[in-house]
Design a protein around this ligand. Sequence first.
Ligand code: SAM
Length: 391
Amino acid sequence: MNVFPIFSFNKECFLRIAERSIVISNPRLRLHVEVDAKTASMLALHLRGLGQLEWEMQLDGCSGIDRSQRFVGMRGLVTDHSGFQADVDNESARAVGDKLFKLLRDRLILIEKSAESQSRVAPMDNLLDQEHLGSFHQRVGQYVLLGLREREPWRAWQNQKFSEDGLKLIGENYRQIQEPFFDRRFTHKDLSGLWVLDFGCGNGYFSAKFADAGASVIALDSSEELMSLARKNYGFRSELDFILAKTMQDSIQYLNNLSAESINLIYLQDTLLLLLNPEGGVPSDILSELFQAFRRVLTPDGELFAMEPNAIFWLAGRYGNPEAPYAIVTEYRNHVFNVVPNLGEILAPLADAGFGLVEYCHPEPTDPSHADYTYAKEFPIWDFFKFKAIN
Ligand SMILES: C[S@@+](CC[C@H](N)C(=O)[O-])C[C@H]1O[C@@H](n2cnc3c(N)ncnc32)[C@H](O)[C@@H]1O
């Protein structure tokens, strides 16, 4: 009896010549390994399978490189759903000899038992499941949810929170936590005579609330689409000035043209995370220029507020089922899904620009009839920060 495992070239895979390289793909499992010509011919020759040691010997002098993304949601909000990573150009990722054997085995191109590859097509446990491909419907759902973010990030954002015309909040947690907290802190006060800068104002829904409380508001955003919605809904109000600043340099230039110490209140809501996101975010020197510009325009007794998703917000029971939170504990420090900056990443650049944290809290849910109430009672959904100039 043969006690050694026999590895076979997986018959689900096909080999193709892609531009200048040879790629072996398992389309069902979304796995792809680019190989050299020698490896390709080895695999073709040994369809009937060899033991591990024999494969390692045969693959001596061969090389290959993994072209599969670790899983379809790897880059969080924007990702390639084929799982094929064509733009990797990292020679150190190239595997040779026994490492190549391991790569081909891990990527299920060489398989010991077909059950190994079958288990990969089981249903996903959640939207961010790394191990399973999921059912057709799960994949369609994932494509719709994540794909929209890639195609039209502004619309994905708008649909998640607002009615199509932008005039009503629809997201449960926005209605039961963010808006009542915002209203208590700002709208229910008399802000007459104050100048507010709403940075990353989106469709202007919250900017208009500042104006309702009597403030003069500069509402600035980089999205043309959201800015035109804001102008359509509130452009007739003279207390609101909507500024389109497509790049961070445009924003900095705009702020630097304002008089020093002319703004009493700077507000950022669900916006710092986009500025601080280490992948798509703004380079740190430009970000510090922006924070310095904030510091310059703020009056000496002025305040800078930020309401930002707590680090577990995205990973929590976000899609309506508080019984099944998608908590991923590696996210806080490692940014695997790259969605929310942690506390240190928020505080440090603001401190560098001369802002000290004077208040920090987690806005509470207010309405037990909301579906996410129980969950939100237990776990913070947003962090609320108040900063003041410290020198
Ligand atoms: C998640 S939305 C929040 C919008 C709004 N504050 C609200 O709470 O409804 C983030 C906003 O930041 C804007 N944004 C992203 N990067 C920006 C930048 N560099 N300058 C100005 N706005 C930016 C986006 O266009 C988007 O409207």
